[in-house]
Design a protein around this ligand. Structure first.
Ligand SMILES: O=C(O)CCC(=O)C(=O)O
Ligand SMILES: [Fe+2]
Length: 359
């Protein structure tokens, strides 16, 4: 299937950022060197590769499910559109969100499936999905989500310990019979695009477990003025810290800016798909540093207090605001783009990639 091709090589002449490579099985076994590598990645770039994660079959099946679903007629997909109220779950049509300060339209479409809906299937918690999703809920979506949850929760347990938090402190923000924003996503970029698929952003939630086959994902490394591609490596997930975890940790863990551009070189002639799982806190959890529970977080906040640590927003409100303000139908002017910002807020006028998606 085009776009899902593995043979088209990633060009060697584009700026590329090399991420640390972390072995999930070694992490699970408590290997100290591997844990140190994860910590270094999460506190510096906020991005790393993760291999040996054991979700390969489910990831491939999600690529197939996404291709099949996003090939449905637009009229059918639009029955599941997420709308303009800040809801994340459902279908997002191409051209509905801004990618920059000027309001340039995005080029991607995607489908978000709520963790809550998968786990309560066949009873919907939030909403319903296209027939192609329903048909593979038991065989593909639920196993993908359950295994992705296990991977992210393993990483969160490690962060919890290294942040000096009491056992269960992070799990308590995510589990326990209440709704949450966690979701699976499949993104499709059409071939031969010249503008951003998804503009510069930080992820809204806790941790992202992403799977790429073609290039297109770019990061703005800390302190750099140059956007750099992240090269997809077979079998390797790309993981990153989101805003919620950056805030919980008082900025010790980094939620880094990234964006989706057309795939580099010859790869741009192909349709591009990506598959992601986003862990997000329970909707009612207030996003704030867990300073009373950890002296290292308290010290970090004292040394570097940031306004976005104290927005008072719950996780549900934080995500809804960011989505709502990106939707072009809600746009009033450049300020609406600024209002959509997350933890990169402080640099919103200074960051090279924030004011223009083609920077
Ligand atoms: O498609 C990708 O590689 C990344 C997508 C992304 O950053 C997102 O959906 O938040
Ligand atoms: Fe993202």
């Amino acid at each position: 299937m085009p776009g899902l091709t593995k043979s088209l090589s990633f060009p060697t002449d584009v700026p590329t950022h090399s991420l640390l490579v972390v072995d999930y099985q070694l992490l699970k076994a408590g290997n100290a060197d591997e844990v140190a590598k994860l910590w270094h990645a999460a506190t510096h770039t906020g991005f790393w590769y993760l291999f040996n994660h054991g979700v390969e079959w489910e990831v491939n099946a999600m690529f197939d499910l996404g291709a099949e679903t996003l090939a449905l007629p637009l009229s059918e997909k639009m029955m599941y559109e997420q709308g303009d109220n800040g809801d994340s779950f459902g279908y997002k049509a191409r051209g509905t969100i801004a990618t920059d300060l000027n309001g340039t339209r995005d080029t991607v479409e995607f489908l978000n499936i709520a963790q809550d809906d998968a786990l309560s299937w066949p009873r919907p918690t939030h909403r319903t999905y296209p027939s192609t999703v329903n048909a593979r809920m038991d065989g593909v979506v639920v196993p993908f989500i359950q295994k992705s949850m296990a991977v992210n929760n393993t990483l969160l347990d490690i962060f919890e310990q290294l942040l000096g938090l009491p056992k269960g402190a992070i799990a308590a923000l995510h589990d326990g019979g209440e709704t949450c924003g966690s979701e699976a996503r499949v993104v499709k970029t059409p071939p031969n695009q010249s503008s951003a698929g998804i503009g510069a952003h930080t992820d809204f939630g806790t941790l992202t477990f992403l799977h790429n086959r073609l290039g297109g994902l770019q990061v703005l490394p800390p302190g750099s003025q140059e956007w750099q591609y992240v090269k997809p490596l077979p079998g390797h997930a790309i993981c990153n810290v989101g805003d919620a975890l950056a805030i919980f940790s008082g900025g010790i863990l980094r939620s880094n800016l990234h964006r989706v551009m057309p795939p580099p070189g010859q790869q741009s002639r192909f349709e591009r798909y990506s598959v992601a799982f986003f862990t997000r806190p329970k909707d009612t959890v207030v996003l704030r540093p867990l300073a009373e529970e950890s002296t290292s977080i308290a010290d970090a906040v004292t040394a570097n207090p940031k306004a976005e640590f104290y927005s008072g927003a719950t996780a549900g409100e934080w995500t809804a605001r960011r989505i709502r303000k990106l939707r072009l139908r809600n746009r009033k002017g450049p300020e609406t783009w600024v209002e959509a910002k997350g933890t990169e807020h402080q640099n919103v006028f200074a960051g090279p990639g924030v004011v223009t998606a083609s920077a």
